[in-house]
Design a protein around this ligand. Structure first.
Ligand code: 13P
Length: 260
């Protein structure tokens, strides 16, 4: 099944008005070379509105990095809800990034609430899952991935994956320069698809699965060539236009070959 490629940049807590403008200008210029793929950028929330203006004439989609788990607006100091993200031009939002899970105490139940709020507010959640190094070394990878997925399936139902993206991000590969091997990435992605297939085969075949964790221009093509890898969620390498565009170009080549 042709799922198409999505290349997403998670800028994390980086940038300034000036550096963002330069980065987005570079991306807008370069992305015209990649018409066969979808491209998404997730800047820090305070810059979303200005990013929207930079992207207005571009196919690049905009996403938030996080959202509130509350079902209504109100007295939640510091929080941002799905309707606000929509208001400033977002179509997507990251949910359950490992940095949110480990540094900010988001457990599976919290991630599931955020996922529900994202979809209720009309956003496509990019559900991030992945194991730590200790979990991989103790052969818990599949159990962790199943637990993280099942929490969302229990809360939102498998049909929710019609309007969601899943990002497999092994925690040990994030920002470490240590990428999962092609075999490790494919095995994890096939396992994730299998968990969804236990609930609904058709949806498992259509949901986009991104790989994240030290994706760079020089390893993107091999990772994206895996049967069950439909693109990437890029951290550090999304902060420089040439590097991010080179990753997009790797996906573009594969997407164009699929379409041919
Ligand atoms: P790096 O690409 O910097 O390893 O980060 C991956 C990531 O966490 C994207 O969400």
């Amino acid at each position: 099944m042709a799922r198409g490629y999505l290349v997403a940049g998670n800028w994390k807590m980086n940038g300034s008005a000036a550096s963002n403008a330069a980065l987005l200008e570079g991306l807008v210029r370069g992305v015209s070379e990649c018409p066969a793929i979808d491209v998404l950028v997730c800047p820090p929330s305070v810059y979303l509105d200005s990013a929207r203006r930079h992207l207005s004439a571009s196919p690049i989609a905009l996403g938030g990095q996080n959202l509130s788990d509350q079902p209504q607006q109100g007295a939640f100091t510091g929080e941002i809800d799905a309707s606000m993200l929509r208001d400033v031009g977002c179509g997507y939002v990251l949910v359950g990034h490992s940095e949110r899970r480990t540094l900010y105490g988001e457990d599976d139940a919290c991630v599931a609430r955020k996922y529900l709020q994202a979809q209720a507010g009309g956003l496509i959640p990019v559900l991030c899952i992945g194991e730590t190094l200790a979990e991989r070394e103790s052969e818990q990878t599949e159990a962790v991935l199943a637990r993280q997925l099942d929490a969302v399936i229990a809360a939102a139902g498998v049909r929710s994956f019609i309007n969601a993206v899943i990002a497999y991000e092994p925690v040990w590969a994030i920002g470490t320069g240590r990428t999962a091997s092609v075999e490790q990435a494919q095995a994890a992605h096939a396992f994730i698809r299998g968990v969804i297939a236990k609930n609904d085969v058709k949806i498992s075949n259509s949901v986009r699965l991104l790989y994240g964790g030290s994706v760079k221009a020089d390893n993107a093509a091999s990772l994206f060539s895996c049967e069950d890898v439909d693109g990437g969620l890029i951290g550090g390498a999304s902060l420089k236009a040439p590097e991010f565009l080179a990753i997009c170009a790797a996906a573009q080549v594969l997407a164009a070959a699929q379409d041919a």
